[in-house]
Design a protein around this ligand. Structure first.
Ligand SMILES: Nc1ncnc2c1ncn2[C@@H]1O[C@H](COP(=O)(O)OP(=O)(O)OP(=O)(O)O)[C@@H](O)[C@H]1O
Ligand SMILES: [Mg+2]
Length: 462
């Protein structure tokens, strides 16, 4: 059983789609989990998901089924991720935010404000002896750079990983929020900084992937326990067929970058589901690296595939639905929150030094101890854990990129081998014909097979 819940949502027809094809529809609902889909040139296909939300579905239904269980898990210390996916104009941002983040119509409120309400309801009901803290951060991945939407001067944040936090953004601005109103003000400020443009399908199209992170820390003031859960909401930028939309200039560059990162996401899903590949190319794009925990089993994940029901967008909707089907096949079992496992020799050494420094702090001036620690690090007696992690992460990046590029080279070599084999067959046939004809010069006849044999010898080694 997959730890990823996959739902499909069909939004109502847009005014433009009502005109196209006389408002023809490509989806026919069977029940709340399955539907028939008719794409151009394709047979009618049947699909089944955890839940299907049709045109008349309420935002509250989507929250209740898709997001609420993930929020509950986060409160229990299990990390959660909610992702909206689909072509441009399919309803991802509408599902995530609602018509706007500060929407006053309670019925139309999107997932984000509902998550905020849910978190604070829990905090209000929790025991007085439990201290709860909620921190929010907000970034966008725009043109393959991670930008802090709460501090625009941080325009190229680095994605890192460690045992305790899993994947995290180094140096990202985290704002502690005390009530839902403050949270919405904060989110609204971040959203106004997001890159937005116009596509043929959407007047206010998101030109970046947006990542909202809620860090929920709970600590008992009475007993000896504490719990931290991370909830990540991702509103993806939509895929776009540039030959259909006619995007140009900056729009074209943005669309290409968005499509490239979405196809990297597709490659990761393929690698996770085929079971044949040892290497999962998480590091091929910022998006897949950020989603590594969500896809690799370190998080409870819910995916909302947003689609247009119009026949005029049937091929785009079909590719979104197929993405959902493939994602559902991921079998990574949900792993318990990462705990430090067996200590490495470096960690043993570090804790011994920490013990010594602690003793020194008791008998010396703290500033002198700090100076001493700096001196130890500079002389290489002690390692700075941060820089060690940086080095490990850079090394992993390098190895992963080398593996990806070696796989590409192998594919290229295989293609070259296939072409050579065709040429070899043709040459062998020519040679055969030449041998049979007494008028043809046959001096090189013996050399051909040798030469080609050598080439094959080289390629067979791969
Ligand atoms: N369920 C819905 N009910 C009513 N209107 C909707 C619904 N879903 C989407 N819309 C409308 O459709 C338009 C496009 O939606 P939205 O901006 O959410 O698309 P998107 O998938 O985020 O596209 P992009 O990838 O370009 O950002 C908006 O005007 C939005 O209000
Ligand atoms: Mg959007």
């Amino acid at each position: 059983m997959s730890n990823i819940t996959v739902c499909v949502r069909f939004r109502p027809l847009s005014p433009k789609e009502k005109e196209a094809d006389g408002g023809a529809i490509c989806v026919q609902g069977l029940d709340s989990e399955s539907f028939f889909f008719k794409a151009e040139k394709e047979e009618e296909l049947a699909f089944c998901f955890d839940k299907v939300f049709y045109q008349d579905a309420e935002q509250a239904d989507v929250f209740r089924y898709l997001a609420m269980p993930v929020v509950q898990d986060t409160l229990n210390g299990i990390n959660g991720t909610i992702v909206t996916y689909g072509q441009t104009g399919a309803g991802k941002t509408y599902s995530m935010e609602g018509p706007s983040i500060s929407e006053s119509d309670g019925q139309k409120k999107g997932l984000l404000p509902r998550v905020v309400d849910n978190l604070f309801e829990h905090i209000k009901c929790s025991e007085e002896t439990t201290k709860c803290t909620v921190k929010i951060s907000m970034v966008e991945i725009y043109m393959e750079k991670v930008r802090d939407l709460f501090d625009l001067s941080k325009d190229n944040l680095q994605i890192k990983e460690n045992r305790t936090q899993g994947i995290f953004l180094s140096g990202v601005t985290e704002v502690t929020i005390l009530d839902p109103e403050e949270a919405l003000r904060c989110l609204s400020r971040g959203i106004s900084n997001r890159a937005v443009g116009e596509t043929q399908m959407n007047m206010t199209s998101s030109r970046s992937h947006c990542v909202y992170t809620f860090l929920v820390q709970q600590e008992s003031l009475k007993d000896d326990w504490s719990r931290t859960g991370k909830l990540v909401l991702v509103d993806l930028a939509g895929s776009e067929k540039v030959e259909k939309s006619g995007a140009e200039g900056r729009n074209l560059d943005e669309a290409k970058t968005i499509n490239k990162s979405l196809s990297a996401l597709g490659n990761v899903i393929n690698a996770l589901t085929t079971g044949k590949v040892n290497h999962i190319p998480y590091r091929d794009s910022k998006l897949t690296r950020i989603l590594q925990d969500a896809l690799g089993g370190n998080s409870r994940t819910a995916l909302l595939c947003c689609c247009s029901p119009s026949s005029s967008n049937a091929s785009e909707s079909l590719s979104t639905i197929r993405f959902g089907t493939r994602t559902k096949r991921i079998k990574a079992p949900l792993r318990a929150p990462a705990l430090p496992t067996q200590a490495t020799p470096f960690q043993h050494r570090r804790s011994a030094y920490d013990g010594i420094l602690e003793k020194l702090r008791k008998s010396l001036n703290p500033e002198d101890v700090m100076l001493l620690e700096e001196l130890f690090i500079r002389e290489g007696i002690l390692f700075d854990p941060q820089s060690t992690e940086d080095l490990e992460s850079a090394l992993e990046d390098m190895i992963s990129l080398s593996v990806s590029s070696m796989q590409e080279t192998i594919e290229e070599l295989n293609e070259a081998l296939e072409k050579l084999s065709v040429k070899y067959d043709a040459l062998a046939a020519e040679l055969e014909a030449a041998k049979r004809s007494p008028t043809v010069h046959v001096v090189s006849a013996g050399e051909y097979p040798n030469f080609i044999g050598k080439i094959f010898g080289v390629f067979n080694r791969f």
